[in-house]
Design a protein around this ligand. Structure first.
Ligand code: UDP
Length: 458
């Protein structure tokens, strides 16, 4: 048995994988974590990256990096928003990616053959390019299985009249996607419906036309969605998450993490702090920001708040904060520009996470057993939040307009009341499942073994 394992590892050592992340924080993190996981399984790793948000190769001496042009000028790159970036990369990277594959495949040898491409699902153009070289393509979807189900059913949602969304129907259930309501259907306000539908359909179609699909999720968390997707997509699906728990934290952070918040957390009481973050892309308007500030202050709980430059539309950083606000809260609040989030969530002082429910944040919170206060903003976040509050029941919703009294009341409910205690208990059980699935024989462990064999069979 051991001999067979060694032989498999030896064979994989000769196999190189090309990994191509979408260059946004919430996509780079899981792709680099996946690279670490597959490297530990014996594969050699080449990361293909765009100049935009390129990682420093010196941090990963065990990987090879190949940087391609994204066709963006410095001035375009400095002000581009995430959606325009996605649309542009899917057209401007075709030729540079073709060149890169042609060069990498020509350089590969019998000793170092390339087994496949693993590309972010959103980089849909990579399917046709990989096919033209007869290179198998496996897809990494960095969001959850349940939100991917919603994306896959966009044509049905249009046919049934849920899309375009009508304001009068926001609270209606989507019968085909329980427990989602119409207002939870993934949307992006800055993109018109036609362009969004085109992007989503391309992501889904080009995934279907690929060899396999990897998720940073685990079977026990999203089993019904897994079954449904297996039916819808007819390609093998590998839920092998949570990725970040395979190894001690390695950071692929694009911004400097302010570690001073850890020493601040050291001084706080166990389970007392509300950690607040809206991830790397979401924005708040000034009014929302001020209401959150007062809601937190009035709750009287300590809080650690990530306010990244650009979070508040129209402000550089904290200009919108009422004068003397931090003095008013008397040392109970700390604001940083960017935090070492997984470390923060793992800190015993943190008792709740006020989050936008990006998938990475949601999963990181589950893995540390931290109950959530859900303030989703766009795309898959409302779906994730609905699952947190209504399916796993490990958090409370903050929806339908943000006002300080609602925020104060909801924080107190989670931190001080019986309902909050029950949520915390359920969250600890879910944390246990997130940990067990990675153990020998656990669902993600088994799925990773299948993935490694699958890739080795190309
Ligand atoms: N993150 C971080 N420091 C912060 C805030 C976020 O390191 O101060 C990381 C977080 O751990 C997560 C990622 O950034 O891995 C954000 O991904 P997510 O899917 O939650 O949201 P997105 O940024 O894509 O909206």
């Amino acid at each position: 048995m051991e001999k067979q394992k060694d032989a498999a590892l030896q064979r994989r050592k000769c196999s190189r994988l090309l990994l191509f992340p979408l260059p946004l924080q919430g996509h780079i993190n899981p792709m680099i974590q996946l690279a670490e996981i597959l490297h530990a399984k014996g594969f050699s790793i080449t990361v293909i990256q765009t100049k935009f948000n390129a990682l420093n190769p010196e941090i990963y001496p065990h990987f090879t990096f190949h940087t391609i042009s994204d066709g963006l000028s410095d001035s375009e790159a400095s002000k581009i928003n995430a959606i325009t970036l996605i649309l542009e990369l899917n057209s401007r990277c075709i030729a540079p990616f073709q060149c890169a594959l042609s060069k990498l495949l020509a350089e590969s040898s019998l000793q170092d053959p390339i087994a496949c491409l693993i590309s972010d699902a959103i980089l849909h153009f990579t399917r046709a390019v990989a096919d033209s070289f007869k290179l198998p393509r496996v897809v990494l979807r960095t969001g959850g299985l349940s939100s991917y189900c919603a994306f896959s059913l966009f044509p049905l949602l249009i046919e049934k009249g849920y899309l375009p969304i009508q304001d009068a129907r926001l609270e209606e259930p989507v019968l085909e996607l329980p427990p989602l309501k119409v207002k939870d259907i993934p949307m992006i306000k800055s993109l018109n419906l036609e362009s969004l539908v085109e992007l989503v359909n391309l992501m889904v179609q080009e995934t279907k036309a690929s060899s396999g699909l990897i998720f940073n999720s685990f079977e026990e968390l999203e089993q019904p969605a897994l079954v449904r997707l297996q039916d819808l997509l007819s390609i093998p699906i590998f839920p092998i998450g949570p990725f970040h728990k395979y190894f001690p934290a390695t950071s692929s952070s694009l911004m400097t993490q302010d570690k001073s918040c850890i020493s601040w957390l050291e001084k706080q009481v166990h389970n007392s702090v509300i950690y607040v973050s809206f991830g790397s892309l979401a924005a708040l308007d000034e009014k929302e920001f001020v209401e959150i500030a007062w809601g937190l202050a009035n709750s009287k709980h300590p809080f650690l708040w990530v306010v990244r430059p650009g979070l508040i539309a129209g402000s550089e950083w904290l200009e919108a904060l009422p004068n003397g606000f931090l003095d008013t809260v008397d040392g109970r609040g700390l604001i940083v520009k960017w935090a070492p989030q997984p470390e923060v969530l793992a800190h015993p002082a943190v008792g709740a996470f006020l989050t936008h429910n990006g998938w990475n944040s949601t999963l990181e919170s589950i893995c540390e057993g931290v109950p959530m206060l859900c303030m989703p903003r766009f795309t898959d976040q409302p779906v994730n939040a609905r699952y947190v509050t209504n399916v796993w029941r490990v958090g409370l919703a903050l929806e339908n307009g943000l006002d300080r009294d609602k925020i104060e009341m909801t924080v107190k409910k989670l931190m001080e009341e019986k309902e909050g205690e029950e949520i915390r208990e359920r969250m600890l059980q879910l944390k246990g499942k997130a940990s067990l699935c990675l153990n020998l024989g656990g669902s993600s462990h088994q799925s990773l073994e299948s993935l490694a064999s699958f890739i080795s069979s190309f």
